[in-house]
Design a protein around this ligand. Structure first.
Ligand code: NAD
Length: 368
């Protein structure tokens, strides 16, 4: 584009003005020139189907690099998102992202056991990290990821999308405000019938069965709904279908948690059955109840309840997918630009991993 002298002075004035504003405000007012640049690590279902479309819709972000083992697939995505060819990396030359000034952060959407390695390598390359849940497949790995990011002075955020979702936030707010009285018990479940051949059934790649993959949504929800950390845990694991899918990981996990206030939570997760297409939770208080079903899908979350003041809740999530992913992308950009810690930093992933490790131990399985 050719700029006239007039265009040029207008642009200079806008840039100067943008510089005087905090970056988020500058973006909102359309004045910021530079967006938050994402490198996508792993081109699978969550990244191509949800996160990448989410970045495109975000105020803050753009996709500027891709990391994949499949060059052809990466080139197709690169064409769609205008990623230049030299910014397509393989897992082997991944560390060269260090030299790419057009990458602020990476989004790691690889099988669970690869999260630690790529987070640590990204941190060493000076890039901020948004890592998918579960954070890693062991407590030690989570600690190493936090340490690597701390040392490199980069942000580490774990992609707990429900913690950025307005319907979940409303449930939390209602509970905290006493709208259902003192919480007494919680029930939650999430599962789906898994297909043979998934990496999720490979212990080395997944770390464990449905607990690591979808049970973690119930665990995390119990922690953010109560605002407490679980004390005593009772747990069981089982496999009913001996059809080859569960030779390495369990099919079902059930566990209860006692929180310091006395709240009891009872959770179940399965790879053998359905929990209503998107999981659920139900919170029973001394003066009312609230629940969400489905609670954890990408869209269509449904909040219902009966509050202490007699009000009946019946709210459908208004947003459509990929809204959860837009909010996550914007959140990390804002944390970097305004230098604050992500709401779901590495420590949040570590806490879940510690609890999952305890659940496996109590259930008599090898811990994480
Ligand atoms: P997927 O199988 O669709 O994609 C995995 C990607 O990793 C693929 O691009 C694949 O090529 C790549 N890969 C590299 N090495 C691999 C290996 N050795 N084996 C298999 N794949 C390999 O998986 P997904 O469903 O996109 O899940 C990726 C991560 O995202 C997981 O950690 C999962 O828990 C998480 N996830 C999060 C959500 C969410 O809502 N936050 C939803 C789904 C998945």
């Amino acid at each position: 584009m050719k700029l006239t002298r007039r265009d040029f002075s207008r642009l200079s004035a806008m840039t100067a003005l943008a510089g005087a504003l905090p970056k988020m405000e500058a973006l909102e007012s359309g004045l910021a020139a530079q967006k938050f640049c994402w490198g996508i690590v792993g081109l699978g279902r969550i990244s191509m189907g949800h996160f990448m479309p989410g970045v495109e819709l975000s105020k803050t972000g753009k996709i500027t690099a891709l990391v994949s083992g499949h060059r052809e697939k990466a080139e197709k995505q690169a064409a769609q998102y205008n990623v230049p060819s030299p910014s397509i990396y393989s897992y082997e030359n991944f560390d060269e992202i260090r030299q790419n000034q057009e990458i602020d952060a990476v989004y790691i959407a690889l099988p669970n056991s690869m999260h630690a390695e790529y987070t640590i390598r990204a941190a060493k390359a000076g890039k901020h990290v948004l890592c998918e849940k579960p954070m890693a497949t062991s407590v030690a790995e989570c600690k190493a990821m936090i340490e690597a990011c701390r040392k490199a002075k980069v942000k580490l955020m774990i992609a707990y999308r429900c913690q950025y979702n307005p319907v979940h936030l409303k449930a939390i707010e209602l509970i905290r405000s006493g709208a259902i009285g003192q919480v007494q018990t919680i029930e939650s479940g999430f599962g789906f019938p898994i297909q043979a051949g998934e990496w999720r059934l490979n212990k080395k790649l997944a770390g464990g069965g449905p607990l690591m993959d979808v049970g973690i949504y119930s665990l995390n929800a119990c922690r953010y709904l109560t605002g407490e950390e679980p004390g005593e845990i009772k747990a069981n694991a089982s496999t009913i279908d001996h059809d080859g899918r569960f030779d390495e990981v369990e099919e079902n996990d059930g566990w209860t948690m006692k929180f310091p206030s006395g709240i009891l939570a009872s959770c179940a997760t399965t790879y053998g059955g359905d929990t209503g297409g998107g999981g659920f939770f139900r919170v029973h208080g001394s003066k009312g109840w609230l629940g969400m079903e489905p609670a954890f899908p990408y869209q269509g979350k449904h909040l219902t309840g009966h509050l202490a003041d007699g009000q009946k809740l019946d709210e459908m999530e208004p947003d459509k997918d990929p809204a959860d992913f837009v909010r996550q992308a914007d959140h990390l950009a804002e944390c970097v630009w305004e230098n604050h810690e992500p709401k779901t930093a590495g420590e949040e992933g570590l806490r879940d991993t510690e609890v999952m490790s305890r659940i496996y131990q109590v259930a008599g399985m090898k811990g994480l």
